[in-house]
Design a protein around this ligand. Structure first.
Ligand code: BGC
Length: 716
């Protein structure tokens, strides 16, 4: 018998249910606190898994209880939400998506895993693969934005990065593809609300990133809190069992979300805890996080005949198998290493700075206000986000502490040792007090450059952070208009830096400003990363992975919307448009300026026709006609001209980056496998439909900026 079979044969029911239970320590709070002291429960085998605990010392002590003082000596599985870094935070995922570099996506996850594992952890609840087209939803910040294909690319890179090549390695973390599935389209962007989308949208948009994560070998999956057309995901047998396990072949561990099994009662699909536990177990959920539904519910469910012991054994087998794959039986303390070397931390922070700078998105740069001249004698850094190191973490900061973060003011002061640095907060992020505005405006008189740092607080995005008003909070608009007006009168260069976990609806601010740079939440090296871009040491290259609406009323807004029977026509009232706003976003998906100026020419496609096994090579020349070296991101979109199902206006099919010196010309080559051009037919079966597909290449999802070619898809 294998170790696992032997163990299962000797386990009591309580010990089995312990292996299916995950409970929180009080290190960080990510949901309602319902945990008590775990010590005795670990000794008795009533708890086999923990979340929210950190530190090699404490982890070692709890592991010791499990492997030395419990009857069966089964090691604990310990997880934490390492979403965008552990102690050293990288940019939030929405920002990092905009770097459009799978190598960097993987590298930051690798570093986060190494750092988390050194702290004794073996599991991270990441990556979040929920596609979000509704920035009212706070969790938009945790994913890669509006595009499903992009989410799939990032899923693969993140799973590889977290898990490395060997899950048993002391620096590997088991990844968790979450939240399965379609959590993004919650009704009206309201957190935890019901979801009701078509089968087609489910299969075209929301499932593919999870399929990609499974293909990349993700070790665990977490169902969403939400229901999908009335079936809560925690109990969704057709999707969890039939689609994920049977169709995709996922044989890893499914971990419920925080208290989600008990919440089946609130959803109204279970009358009591035993029934809720039975529903989740049937669907294939192996570990119950924080609901105590398995421990207290399954014994009764067994008596009632709602579940069988074989089902429980199957779940226990999966959990023990994961612990084995993670090397926890071989060395339960393998991940509890002592402190990492200073060189390692320095290298990691250098990566955070590099990715941070590359994730900044320059929305606008009128009169080439940015970069600021290094010879500025006095620079005013103004606004509630200017000297706010802790906010730079963004939501889900794991073990990142504010002191470990560099504010914008500090970053600029370090970069400009000969410049007199002036600072005024003006207003707080959310407060109503406007008294400080006058002093902030007065500062402009003394400065010869002004950087206005505005935006959301870190906790205004992330979980339980839906907003209906996506403008600047508090009195920041008042601060901005006063400072911008003064700067204009004085003819002083003034740029706005926005910190946010989602696109904000700020059309007036954008109209009134010469330059707007979106920093999102850049992580531990925020101030240095912002200084690198603002002072021109690095040319901005980040792109927005989500459309920026002008008004909340345009939401949901995304580039792959389907064609209408009555496309917008300004001359015809009865076409698809608004009376009071353009249809177009303020900034489309992919938008982001550089300090260079790129001209696209000479689009070449490797073949005029494609069969399903072919790969199309898309080539385009780029010339940097600007005065600065810069890195350009090039996108390939496709558009099916006629298909059996109304096609999206644009569909992302590839991207590449190219760095060019001023005056230099280079060629970008992007491979698009023909299988990627399959569509789901009216019965949702993938088909390669003969016909013409347009290939559109350029810097953003706006047809006006794209070069267009075409290929013919041929059967056979
Ligand atoms: C969140 C998950 C997270 C879990 C554990 C829940 O509230 O929805 O994303 O992994 O807490 O912290």
């Amino acid at each position: 018998m294998s170790r696992i079979e032997t163990l299962i044969a000797s386990m009591t029911l309580a010990e089995k249910l312990g292996q299916l239970t995950m409970t929180a320590s009080s290190f960080t709070v990510t949901g309602p606190v319902i945990a008590g002291d775990s010590t005795e429960s670990i000794r008795s085998g009533a708890i086999g898994n923990l979340l929210n605990m950190v530190g090699a010392g404490p982890v070692r002590e709890l592991q010791r209880l499990a492997v030395e003082e419990s009857r069966l000596k089964i090691p604990l599985l310990i997880g934490l939400d390492i979403i965008h870094g552990h102690r050293s935070l990288f940019p939030v995922p929405l920002a990092e998506a905009g770097v459009f570099d799978p190598v960097l996506w993987e590298a930051t996850a690798r570093e986060a895993a190494t750092e988390g594992a050194a702290d004794g952890l073996a599991l991270t609840f990441a990556p979040m693969l929920d596609v979000s087209r509704d920035p009212r939803w706070g969790r938009t910040v945790e994913g890669s934005g509006e595009d499903s294909w992009l989410a799939a690319q990032m899923a693969v890179a993140k799973v590889r990065g977290f898990q490395g090549t060997d899950l048993a390695a002391p620096d590997a973390l088991a990844a968790c593809a979450k939240h399965f599935c379609a959590y993004g389209p919650v009704t009206a962007g309201r957190e935890y609300a019901s979801v009701d989308i078509s089968e087609r949208t489910l299969h075209e948009v929301h499932l593919p990133p999870f399929a990609a994560a499974v293909r990349a070998g993700v070790a665990t999956v977490m169902p969403a809190f939400t229901d999908l057309a009335g079936i809560p995901m925690t109990a969704h047998t057709p999707l969890l069992r039939d689609w994920l396990r049977v169709r995709c072949g996922f044989d890893g561990v499914i971990i419920s979300d925080y208290n989600a099994i008990r919440e089946l009662l609130n959803h109204g699909v279970a009358a009591d805890l035993p029934q809720a536990a039975a529903l989740a177990l049937h669907a294939g959920v192996d570990i119950d996080m924080m609901a105590d539904g398995y421990r207290h519910g399954l014994p009764v469910a067994l008596e009632r005949g709602l579940v069988s012991i074989e089902q429980i054994d199957t779940a226990v087998t999966r959990v023990l198998h994961l612990k084995e794959r993670l090397g926890l039986f071989a060395d339960p303390y393998g991940r509890c290493r002592t402190l990492e070397s200073a060189a390692t931390i320095t290298r990691r922070r250098a990566l955070a700075r590099r990715v941070g700078a590359q994730s900044l998105v320059l929305l606008k740069n009128g009169h080439d206000v940015l970069p600021f001249r290094k010879s500025l004698r006095r620079l005013a850094v103004v606004g509630p986000l200017a000297e706010a190191a802790g906010e730079m973490r963004g939501p889900w900061w794991a073990a990142g502490v504010p002191d470990n973060h560099v504010s914008v003011f500090t970053g600029l002061r370090t970069a400009l040792p000969d410049t007199t640095m002036l600072y005024a907060q003006g207003v707080t992020i959310e407060g109503n007090d406007t008294e400080g505005i006058a002093a902030a405006v007065a500062l402009c008189d003394q400065a010869d450059g002004i950087l206005l740092c505005l935006g959301e607080a870190a906790v205004m995005s992330g979980e339980a952070a839906s907003r209906v008003n996506l403008g600047l909070p508090g009195q920041q608009d008042a601060l901005a208009s006063a400072v911008l007006a003064r700067a204009r009168t004085l003819r002083k260069p003034c740029a706005v830096v926005l910190f946010c976990g989602r696109p904000l609806t700020v059309p007036q601010l954008v109209a009134d400003s010469d330059a707007v740079l979106v920093a999102w939440f850049p992580g531990c090296e925020a101030g240095h990363a912002v200084a690198d871009v603002v002072l021109g040491r690095v040319s901005p290259s980040g792109r927005t992975a989500i459309s920026w609406p002008r008004f909340v009323g345009q939401i949901p807004l995304f580039h792959s919307e389907r064609r209408s029977g009555r496309p917008a026509n300004p001359a015809d009232k009865f076409t698809s448009k608004y009376l009071d706003s353009p249809n177009e976003p303020l900034f489309p998906f992919g938008h982001g300026l550089t300090y260079g100026r790129f001209r696209y020419s000479n689009l070449r496609l490797s073949a005029p026709a494609l069969k399903v096994r072919d790969t199309l090579e898309v080539r385009v020349d780029l010339t940097n006609e600007g005065r600065s070296a810069a890195r350009e991101t090039v996108f390939v979109f496709t558009h099916d001209v006629v298909a059996s199902v109304a096609p999206p206006l644009l569909q992302l099919a590839g991207f590449a980056r190219l760095e060019l010196a001023p005056g230099e010309t280079g060629t970008v080559s992007i491979a698009v496998p023909a299988t990627q051009l399959k569509i789901l037919d009216p019965d949702l079966a993938p088909v390669f439909e003969p016909g013409v597909v347009e290939i559109l290449v350029g810097p953003r999802a706006d047809r006006a900026d794209l070069l267009v070619g075409a290929v013919e898809l041929q059967a056979g």
